[in-house]
Design a protein around this ligand. Sequence first.
Ligand code: NAD
Length: 595
Amino acid sequence: MAREFTRVGVVGLGTMGAGIVEVFARNGVDVVAVEISEPALARGRATLARSTDRAVARGKLAEADRDALHSRVDFQVGLDALHTVDLVVEAVPEHLDLKRRIFAELDRVCRPDTILATNTSSLSVTDVAVATNRPQQVVGLHFFNPAPVMKLVEVVRTVITAAEVVDDVEALCARLGKVAVTIGDRAGFIANALLFGYLNHAVSLFEARYVTREDLDAAMRLGCRLPMGPLALLDLIGLDTAYEILNTMYRRGGRDRRHAPAPLLRQMVTAGLLGRKSGRGFYTYDKPGSSKVVPDEWTPAATPADADGAREVTRVGVIGAGTLATGLVGLFGRAGYQVVSVTGGAEESIGIGGAVRDSLDEEVRRGGLDGADRDAALARITWAATLDQLADVDLVVEAVTGGPGVEQTLFASLDEICKPGVLLATTCSSLPVIEVAMATGRPADVFGLHFVDPAAAVPLVEVVRTVRTSAEATATARAVCAALGRTAVVCGDRAGFVVDALLFPYLNDAVRMLEAGYATADGIDHAMTLGCGYPTGPFALLDAIGLDVALAAQRALYRESREPGLAPAPLLEHLVTAGYLGRGTGRGFRDHTGR
Ligand SMILES: NC(=O)c1ccc[n+]([C@@H]2O[C@H](COP(=O)([O-])OP(=O)(O)OC[C@H]3O[C@@H](n4cnc5c(N)ncnc54)[C@H](O)[C@@H]3O)[C@@H](O)[C@H]2O)c1
């Protein structure tokens, strides 16, 4: 029989503590909620009230239940009030000395059978436990932000924790409607170990002015269907908390440079820009604690694209006969452009023509397009097998697949054929756009257009600006993407652009974690979906993308950065060598043959 917890304590009512109080009180558990001072207590009480009022307004909580929830919470200043509770969850700032002091004090104040839990994200639970005389009764209970919403709790068991204590807190998590994943005491546990390298990398891309904050966040929301972009998420987490977590992970996790906090984070914390809780972080909020973003000096002006000098584009050439080219020909045709499709020969032109027609027919069947619009789109497309048909288009998009040097040769030919002022775009993601641009005598007119796979479904296009791309060319690319109904994000010319540069190292880290035997593929997938709200876990995603694709992307990132932490995980290499490439081959990290 699992132990019954009827009265619990929560220490620290900040971003996490207030949410944890809500989780307990919503589930019928009495809570003693403790802060360090009266003003901090008032803030904690206000946070809880805001959250429950919001739940009532959204119809997720009845008014009577809200009142009952509040009646279960006893707000107190100081730890002495905790002498009656069965369990304490500590959620004070991420400093080891502070947590050790608090645990020593809790040990003195609480009944001998009380279980003591820390919500630390990165500190050693063992180090905290040994500050008490009951280390066997100390665990990590790592809730996720926002605690009332996120389903996951990481239960951290140290080498000293008693087995029945782990059983009891696991049963408690189930009673709270949470999914517990029990793991050993390692820096960052599962989710943060995978999340924080990614968040820190995102900050450094922003800090290097590689991409704007809005574009960075949009790239990850639209490109990976994440619930929030990384900078908005850091504002929610709290920049001071994020800084401390990174710092500890760097020290505890083998001094991986990717965890050394980006200098900008430290500067923002010093300046008091802590994120939502202080009203300003990467974004500005209408007041401290609010989630409502208000415009500030970094907010991009909503000027029409032609104010930036965008050129007029009415005729577009698309080169290639593969899946991407097929999608692009249809997309441009539907958006009202005159399209010249150029392939390697008449047979390919017949093939792509049929495929474009089929996909438009399919759209008509699904009700996304009417028959007349389909016919008009098809009438705007001409099919050609030689590049000289591109002499008077305004924009050329290359989507060929081929060996090394193919893009350069093609762009050198386009340079001879196309009229002056034509914009030349490459969709290639395997080599720097500047290498393609320099094959022409007009590198200012060349940019990358990276359609995130699958191009038809993902509403995002990365516009890659090289060191030679002109402002007009970039503005034109943005305007064309908008006309296609796609969101453009503009970024520099580095391996992986934005999405792949942030996505693949995270996937590679997940493989390393699996390889190290710290958690199972299911445990890791659960941690990211239930703890961070990701639409799929890393292993499900790797199997869908293809392990060979992931390996090639990771190799390119490693080659460019020489960052040891980006070296492909040996397990990924081995699976690819073995032909286990994911869903496409029936087996990757999981076996898909029987599904
Ligand atoms: N922010 C997140 O997204 C997140 C997610 C999971 C876990 N965590 C972890 O939760 C813990 C708290 O982080 P947070 O973001 O809620 O911090 P926070 O700064 O928002 O809140 C900390 C609270 O602790 C209070 N406090 C400080 N000293 C105290 C004391 N001696 N006694 C009682 N209260 C005291 C502060 O007044 C403050 O209200 C950290 O260990 C953090 O790593 C944070």
